[in-house]
Design a protein around this ligand. Sequence first.
Ligand SMILES: [Zn+2]
Length: 259
Amino acid sequence: MPLTPPQRARYARQLALPEIGESGQIRLAAARILIVGAGGLGSPAAYYLAAAGIGTLGLADDDVVEASNLQRQILHGTADIGRPKIESAAQRLQALNPELRVRPHRERFDAAGAPQMLAGYDFVIDGTDNFAAKFQIADACLEAGKAYSHAGVNRFLGQTMTVLPGRSACYRCLFESPPPPPAAPEAPQGPLGALPGVIGAIQATEAIKYVLGIGKLLLDRILVYDAMELQVRIVAVHRRNGCVCNRPGGFHASAPKVI
Ligand SMILES: [Zn+2]
C-alpha cells in the first residue's frame, strides 16, 4: 500500500532520510513490536515507536499507575493514577498516532505464556525492572529466535544491548544466572527520571534499525551510560563458551530453570 497524503505529511522528516524513504516507512507500518513493561523504559520506547509510524505495538504489563511512577513513566498522567498502565498507555499512544494498533497484554510476562505472546511480534523491548523478568525475556526470546533489546536502569546508571539469538552474545553470556534476591526487601532508589528516557530512546532506535535493516545494531556490545559522570562506555560482550545460546544441541537441550 502506498502512503496516503496525510501519512506523507506526518512522516515527511523520515521520508527525507534516504535510509528510510517511502519503502522504509511502509516497512515500519508493517512492523509489530512487543514492549514488556509500560514503565520508565517502555514509556519513551513506545512513544517514539508510535511517533515513528510502527504499525503494531504490543504492551505487556499488569500494573496500575501509581503516583510514584509519574516522575519517569511519561506515558501516564496524574488523572491515570489507579488505572491499568496498558490502558493509559494505549490512550496516550493513540492520541499521538491514531493509526497505531495497540495490542494490550494485561499480564505479567512469564515462561508459560511467552511463546504464544512472542509469536505475533518481530522485535521485543525489555522494559522490565527486575532480574527475574529480564532472564525470562532473555530465555524466551532465545528459544523463540526473536531479536530483542535488553535494558536496565538503576540510580544514575543505565545499560542496554541488542541480542539476535544464535548470532550474537546473549544476556546469559553476560550474567550466567540471576543474582540471589536480597535478604530483606530494599526500598528502591531512583532512577533519575530522564535516565530511562535516554536508554528507552536507544531501545526504540535499535528496534527501528532492526525493522529497516539499516545501520549497526548494538550486538556483542553493551552500552553503559553513567548520567552522573556523563560517561558512555561501550564494552565488548563475547559469546561465552558453554552458554545456553552457544551449546551443541541448542537451547532446547539445556534450557535452564529461571528463578
Ligand atoms: Zn549466551
